[in-house]
Ligand binder design. Structure first.
Ligand code: NDP
Length: 499
């Protein structure tokens, strides 16, 4: 592992270009060790008020900076992230727990997003289109919304922040961002990078604090015209209701109940690798994590045996150790929720093949570890087959046919990601058409999105918006239609058209 400085600075709000301390704070715990690594400020609504004021003022000038110049800042952000990749990755592992290889991947995702979105500075395409009248010109373009609010979760504390803040800033908005209380270090580091990259004061404002104080104040603030949220369904739903009352635009990216389908012609060893990576990566705490394996009954036993053998080799521990494959769960609340689902699964009659308990031996007792868990003979209506567990728990559901597999995949309230392992080209094309999720993988697990494609889901996963890809710009821009009449006379659309 490369030697990098891991000194954790005192975390402060960043408002109007000024680093501000807050009286109240709370300890942030490294989930791998149980140690307090830093204090996170617990701001009040006054900080939100101040941040919105600073953002509003800064946006007046920022919107007039040509987009290619706004993009220059993002290029510099990307360079700085690249330069600091190892330090950021190790700090990310310390605050979030995910294993270092995945942390490096997450930071890389942010770097990719910086370069990709910076490229949009020279595109931001609108349309030019014929007008229906002579000597008249028509076009549409994107304009910034103004001040936007970002509320982000702990499971991807830097990647999700870049998915949201980069398009927002590139498009000419100013941002008020509330990061998750569990993972403030990445937010602090990213704000520092923006500052060093030369982002004008007030264009990005970071306010640390609880969802109920800071998040709620942002949702209710009249001057924040967009809320972009990633997190749990309960919180997302309540934010959407409040935004709805104010006619405020809201983009939600929430849970998943993602499945890997394994057909009887699949390469089973490849399927095992795909399941392992997408189910137990980030200890299952990904919105795209595989939590169901829908398997053709002809290969069920073979797949189970291979999975059990592979799971047996997974090492659980502190993610800073390069040999560890499964890191901790974010906190005790997360562990308790997983334990509850293990009991629910057993009560419902599912068969527990392995795992099912917290790991509390001498090497793990100070952190929050949960053993990779496999249930089998799970049926469609069981709660463990329907609800998001957010832990390293997989349910095997046997089916008799391709059609039944698709029906099973689609029979949940979520619609984020799905995957199929098969070598049958006809099944591949039917699957990509019929699986009703926002993301579909063929011969790969349910995780691994690339930043230049739209990220998000159907049904209960979201509300129709997408993070990342060019589509992310839709959240942070309004369309403006512009008509220029150069005929020198009043021409009335639909009326003065020569027939
Ligand atoms: P939340 O949805 O509560 O948190 C996500 C973000 O929303 C955090 O920044 C949080 O702040 C903030 N928030 C919380 N309450 C409000 C509110 N009333 N108004 C505005 N913002 C608010 O998720 P949790 O972190 O509590 O995790 C609970 C469960 O949610 C997980 O076990 C998992 O099942 C699911 N989850 C799913 C994610 C996904 O990617 N699909 C991501 C994270 C969680 P704060 O951190 O201060 O509470």
């Amino acid at each position: 592992m490369a030697a990098v400085s891991l000194d954790v600075p005192q975390i402060m709000n960043y408002i109007g270009g000024i680093w501000q301390a807050v009286k109240e704070s709370r300890g942030v715990i490294n989930p791998a060790t149980g140690e307090t690594i830093v204090q996170v400020p617990l701001s009040g609504t006054d900080s939100v008020e101040e941040a919105v004021k600073a953002a509003k003022k800064a946006q007046q000038d920022w919107r007039l900076v040509p987009a290619p110049q706004r993009a220059e800042v993002l290029y510099r952000v990307g360079f700085l992230m690249k330069e600091r990749k190892e330090r950021l990755s190790q700090l990310l592992t310390m605050e979030n727990g995910k294993v270092i290889e995945e942390a490096r991947g997450e930071v890389q995702e942010g770097i990719d997003m910086a370069y990709y979105m910076a490229g949009e500075g020279r595109r931001l395409f609108g349309q030019t289109t014929p007008a229906e009248l002579k000597d008249k010109f028509a076009m549409s373009n994107r304009v910034p919304v103004g001040v936007v609010g970002l509320i982000t979760p702990w499971n991807f504390p830097i990647a999700i922040a870049t998915w949201k803040s980069f398009p927002a800033i590139l498009a000419g908005n100013a941002v008020v961002w509330k990061p998750a209380t569990e993972t403030p270090i990445m937010a602090y580091e990213l704000a520092k990078i923006f500052e060093e990259a030369g982002l004008p004061s007030g264009v990005l404002n970071v306010v640390f604090g609880s969802g109920s104080a800071v998040g709620e104040a942002m949702v209710q603030h009249k001057e924040i015209r967009v809320i972009s949220f990633t997190g749990s369904n309960d919180t997302g739903r309540s934010i959407a209701e409040k935004c709805g009352k104010q006619l405020k635009k809201v983009s939600l990216e929430m849970g998943g109940k993602n499945a890997v389908i394994v057909m009887d012609d699949a390469d089973l060893q490849l399927a095992v690798e795909g399941i392992l990576w997408s189910a137990f990566g980030t200890s299952g705490q990904r919105c795209t994590a595989c939590s169901r394996v829908i398997v053709h009954e002809k290969v069920k036993q073979d797949l189970e045996e291979r999975l059990l053998a592979a799971m047996d080799k997974l090492t659980i521990g502190n993610g800073l150790d390069e040999s560890v494959k499964v890191g901790p769960i974010i906190n005790q609340t997360g562990i308790d929720k997983i334990k509850e689902y293990i009991e629910i699964g057993k009560d419902e009659g599912a068969i527990l093949l392995t795992g099912g308990q917290q790991v509390i031996d001498d090497d793990h007792k100070d952190g929050f570890y949960f053993a990779p868990t496999l249930f089998t003979d799970v049926t469609a209506n069981m709660r463990i087959a329907q609800e998001e567990i957010f832990g390293p728990v997989v349910s095997i559901i046997p089916v008799k046919s391709f059609d039944e597999a698709v029906e099973m995949n689609n029979g949940v309230e979520y619609g984020l990601s799905s995957s199929i392992f098969t070598n049958d080209v006809n099944q591949v094309f039917r699957a990509q058409r019929d699986l009703d999720t926002g993301i579909v993988y063929v011969n790969a697990g349910t995780t691994g999105a690339e930043i230049h494609l739209p990220f998000g889901g159907t049904k209960g996963t979201g509300n129709g918006h997408r993070d990342s890809g060019v589509q992310a710009l839709d959240v942070f821009t309004e369309w403006k239609a512009i008509y220029v009449d150069y005929s020198g006379k009043l021409q009335r659309a639909q009326i003065d058209v020569e027939s």
